[in-house]
Design a protein around this ligand. Structure first.
Ligand code: NDP
Length: 432
């Protein structure tokens, strides 16, 4: 089978050049505002949702601001117990649940780390266990919503503690990636793959407690809507189903996480830790939080349009990611019925330049954003706050694409320029 290939000569970048390219789009001095602002923002949006029916709360005096701050809850016994059992239980599943050991992508020294892929089993076992506990009356189905504030506080405190441990662990290790700036290293992380034995902190936090909790929080909010309004509205069902499906699909294709940016390139510190354990479950569930106090229905045409947008986004997102995955395993894999078109790089790897990867250099982000928009549209168009997710996610993915582009350019040089020439669009074909 013949494959069309283009080759442009370039010298592979050194490790130092790759590091410099990474740092160009790293967070620089932004670590301070990010660390100061993100935790209050999570509380702020939760307070707006629970105290102000999902509208922005703007304090007009110091007294009002003080009252707002007083709404931030301290950890409770119940939240501490839950977070301990939750993280402990998920860690035990990560270690002991059945699953295949798979090798990650090559590290800088050419070695590969083993990862246990037991997310699919852990996901279903966790959901079934939680449903069983609710069914038996051991946990109220609305527990996660009712206790959400204290759970946010407990998890946030845990993140600060875990990040400190990871920083010190990295500092004492021979395998550290540190800049020497203490707070920056605490924020970005001091190691690429911090592990104790075969337990990988980054894979665990990226993939398990936050993502599964997001699904359970949604279900808990749907239960609360039933308790308060004796109905679960169609938009609430759509949000719960879409996001449940997104996470289920993630675990079904769990191995694909090993080739993602976070696993391959991002050090593990406060930023990812807070992002994975607090930001994802408590802000990604904002649409469900909003719909709790807005149990109205959408017209049928809107429901059908939202379903179509979500399915279209899913097809683009999953199709793009799986195409790269199949190509990296087997370059002879047919792309849309034809031999793959690719660029052979001077580093010896191949850049796919046909199929989804011939339409834009990150069409997977476009698909993800289409789904994000579908989720937000479930909340109607009368309030901006439920659209926080799509706004934030667009910024995140644009920044991420720039970081990846800088890194790939440093890595592949003229070969990447050739890819840019063949595929000029970054995320949205013909638009951006
Ligand atoms: P990708 O999975 O797209 O990986 C980018 C890497 O793929 C590059 O660094 C390069 O790595 C390789 N690559 C780039 N172009 C090509 C090509 N043409 N052919 C072959 N390999 C190529 O990026 P992410 O890890 O950022 O995203 C993965 C998924 O996760 C996306 O769908 C994204 O939307 C989603 N995501 C979701 C988030 C959420 O919060 N819901 C957050 C972030 C991402 P190399 O040179 O090493 O091969």
């Amino acid at each position: 089978m013949s494959q069309r290939e283009v080759s442009a000569k370039s010298e592979p970048a050194t490790q130092a050049e790759l590091q410099a390219a990474m740092e160009k789009y790293e967070f620089g001095a932004a670590w301070l505002p990010i660390m100061l602002l993100l935790p209050p923002l999570v509380y702020y949006m939760w307070i707006c949702m629970t105290q102000n029916q999902g509208s922005f709360l703007v304090p007009k005096s110091v007294d009002e601001l003080t009252s707002l701050v007083k709404l931030v809850p301290a950890p409770t016994l119940a939240s501490t117990l839950f977070v301990s059992l939750w993280l402990g239980g998920q860690a035990l599943l990560q270690v002991y649940a059945p699953g295949d050991w798979v090798e990650g992508t090559p590290l800088a020294d050419g070695s590969r780390l083993p990862y246990k892929m037991n997310g699919w089993f852990s996901f279903w076992l966790t959901l079934l266990t939680m449903f069983f506990c609710c069914w038996m009356g051991w946990i109220p189905p609305t527990f996660l919503f009712d206790e959400m504030g204290p759970i946010i506080s407990t998890t946030t405190l845990f993140c600060y503690g875990l990040s400190l441990y990871l920083y010190l662990k990295g500092k004492a290790s021979s395998d550290k990636h540190m800049t020497g700036r203490v707070m920056y290293d605490y924020f970005m992380g001091s190691q690429l793959n911090p592990r104790v034995g075969r337990f990988d902190f980054k894979l665990f936090c990226e993939a398990r407690p936050g993502l599964i909790l997001w699904v359970l929080i949604n279900f808990s909010i749907a239960a609360k809507q039933w308790q308060l309004h004796h109905t679960v509205s169609t938009p609430m069902m759509l949000v719960c189903l879409f996001q449940f499906f997104y996470i289920m699909d993630y675990f079904f294709h769990e191995e694909a996480i090993l080739t993602t940016w976070d696993i391959k390139h991002e050090r593990f510190g406060w930023m990812l830790c807070f992002g994975d354990l607090v930001w994802v479950p408590f802000t990604y569930s904002l649409q469900a939080q909003y719909l709790l106090s807005h149990p109205g229905e959408l017209p049928t045409w809107a429901v059908l349009g939202i379903i179509a947008l979500n399915l279209g986004g899913y097809a683009v997102f999953r199709g793009t990611n799986i195409q790269k995955h199949h190509f990296s395993r087997n370059p002879d894999h047919l792309i849309w019925g034809k031999p793959a078109k690719f660029i052979r790089t001077a580093r010896g790897t191949k850049l796919l330049a046909s199929g989804f990867w011939g339409l834009a250099r990150h069409l997977n982000y476009c698909g993800d954003l289409m789904m994000a928009l579908a989720w937000c549209l479930c909340a109607g168009v009368s309030n901006l706050l439920p659209y926080f997710y799509i706004i934030y996610f667009t910024i995140l993915l644009i920044h991420r694409e720039r970081r990846d582009d800088a890194l790939c350019h440093a890595k592949y040089g003229a070969d990447w320029e050739e890819y840019r020439r063949q595929v000029p669009s970054r995320i949205f074909p013909g638009i951006y």
